[in-house]
Design a binder for this molecule. Structure first.
Ligand code: ADP
Ligand code: MG
Length: 358
C-alpha cells in the first residue's frame, strides 16, 4: 500500500436541458456506481428544486436521466381527447398520453400480451374501452371474457366474435381458442412459416385479441370440486394461449384488481408471459410487485401513492423502460357506439362460433 486514500470519482454530469415541462439532466456513471442513490434522492430533489416531481430512470447501464417536471402534464383537459382509430397501424391502440406529452400507444405486434392492474375505480375498464375503440375499425377479432356477468364487455357484443360471462363459458371459449391456435400452428407448419406474420397476407388469418376483465373471477373458486376444476382448466388454458399465441396472432389483455399469490401459482406463470404491464393506482404492495416488480421495480412505490384524483393515471412498462401515462377518457357510450359502427368488421372465425364444431 502506498498510503494514498481512496478518492471517490463523481459521476460525469451533462448539461441540464430545458424542456417545455421543466428540465432534464443526463448523468454518466463510472463502473461500480448505481442508480439507487438517485432513486432514493428523487423526493429530496423535488423539494429542493421546488418542482412537481422528479423522475429518475436508467435507460441503459451507466446512464441516468433525471427529469424535473414543473407541473403534472397528465392533469390537463386535453387528456380527454377521444382516439382517432382510422389512422392507426394494425394491432396498435391509441391509449392516451405519456408524461413527456407524447401519444401513448400500445402495439400488440411489438408486445403481444398485456396485464392491466389497478384498484377498483382506477381506470382498468376505461383502458379496455380504448383498446376496443382503437381495434374495432381494424381487421382484428375481439373476444371477451368477463366473469362478472358480462357487465363491462357485454357492451361491445356487436363487435365481439365471442363473449364468455361465466367461468364455465370461459373454459368453453378458451378451449375453442386453443383449437384455433392448434389449427393455425398446423397451417403455418404446412406453409413452412414460423408464425402467421410469415404468411402471405391473403393466407394470413385475422389476429385475435382476447380481453379479460377482472381476471380474479377466473382463478378464485367457491371450494366445490366442480368450481376448483373449472378454475384449474381456465388457468391452464389461459397460460397455454399466452405461451403459444404470440406468433400465431392470438393476443391477451388481462385486467385485474388483485393479481397476488392468493390466486394460485397459475397467475404467476401467466404474469411471466404478459410482457406489457399497465399498473394504475393499487392499494396493496403485492399487486404492485406482481405488476411491476420485475420490469420497473423503481415504480412499485409510485403506483401505491397515486391519489384518487389521478384516475386513469398509470405506469406503463415493457422490458427495459417504463413511463407514467394517462389513458384517454373515453366513455362506455362512446366506445359502445364505435363498436356498433364497426360491427360489420367482425371477422368470422369458425372455431370461435357457438355451434362451430370443436
Ligand atoms: N383517463 C381518465 N381520465 C379521467 N377519468 C377517468 C380516466 N379513466 C377512468 N376514469 C374514470 O374513473 C372511473 C373508474 O374507471 P373504470 O375504468 O371503471 O375503473 P376500474 O375498471 O378500474 O374499476 C370512471 O368514472 C371513469 O370515468
Ligand atoms: Mg372495471
Amino acid at each position: 500500500m502506498d498510503g494514498k486514500k481512496l478518492r471517490p470519482i463523481p459521476p460525469r454530469l451533462g448539461h441540464a436541458k430545458r424542456t417545455t415541462l421543466g428540465f432534464t439532466l443526463r448523468i454518466h456513471m463510472h463502473p461500480g456506481q448505481t442508480v439507487e442513490p438517485y432513486l432514493a434522492a428523487a423526493e429530496a430533489f423535488t423539494h429542493a428544486w421546488r418542482v412537481h416531481a422528479v423522475r429518475v430512470t436508467s435507460p441503459r447501464r451507466g446512464l441516468i436521466v433525471v427529469t424535473a417536471l414543473k407541473s403534472d402534464p397528465l392533469m390537463g383537459a386535453e387528456v380527454g381527447a377521444p382516439p382517432m382509430p382510422s389512422t392507426l397501424p394494425l394491432l396498435t391502440v391509441r391509449a392516451g398520453r405519456t408524461e413527456d406529452t407524447g401519444d401513448w400507444t400500445l402495439s400488440f405486434r411489438e408486445v403481444p400480451h398485456w396485464l392491466i392492474a389497478g384498484a377498483t375505480q382506477s381506470g382498468k375498464s376505461t383502458l379496455l374501452s380504448a383498446v376496443v375503440a382503437s381495434l374495432a375499425p381494424q381487421p382484428v377479432a375481439l373476444v371477451g371474457i368477463d366473469c362478472k356477468g358480462g357487465l363491462e364487455l357485454g357492451m361491445y357484443d356487436s363487435r365481439l366474435s365471442a363473449l364468455a360471462c361465466t367461468p364455465k363459458e370461459a373454459v368453453q371459449l378458451l378451449t375453442r381458442l386453443e383449437r384455433e391456435l392448434l389449427h393455425r400452428m398446423r397451417f403455418c407448419r404446412t406453409m413452412h412459416a414460423r408464425g402467421i406474420w410469415d404468411l402471405d397476407s391473403e393466407l394470413r388469418p385475422d389476429p385475435i385479441v382476447v380481453l379479460v376483465d377482472e381476471v380474479a373471477e377466473l382463478y378464485l373458486s367457491d371450494g366445490s370440486k366442480e368450481s376448483r376444476e373449472l378454475r384449474a382448466q381456465c388457468s391452464t388454458l389461459l397460460l397455454r394461449v399466452a405461451q403459444l399465441g404470440a406468433a400465431l396472432g392470438i393476443h391477451l389483455v388481462v385486467a385485474g384488481q388483485r393479481i397476488g399469490s392468493e390466486l394460485g401459482p397459475g397467475v404467476t406463470a401467466l404474469r411471466a408471459q404478459l410482457g406489457g404491464r399497465v399498473c394504475h393506482a393499487v392499494h396493496d404492495e403485492e399487486t404492485a410487485q406482481m405488476a411491476l416488480g420485475d420490469l420497473a421495480p423503481e415504480a412499485v412505490e409510485l403506483v401505491q401513492r397515486f391519489s384518487s384524483a389521478e384516475k386513469g393515471v398509470a405506469i406503463s412498462a415493457v422490458s427495459g423502460e417504463w413511463r407514467r401515462v394517462r389513458s384517454t377518457r373515453i366513455s362506455r357510450e362512446e366506445s359502445k357506439a364505435i363498436a356498433e359502427t364497426h360491427a360489420g368488421m367482425t371477422p368470422y372465425i369458425r372455431t370461435l362460433m357457438e355451434g362451430g364444431d370443436l
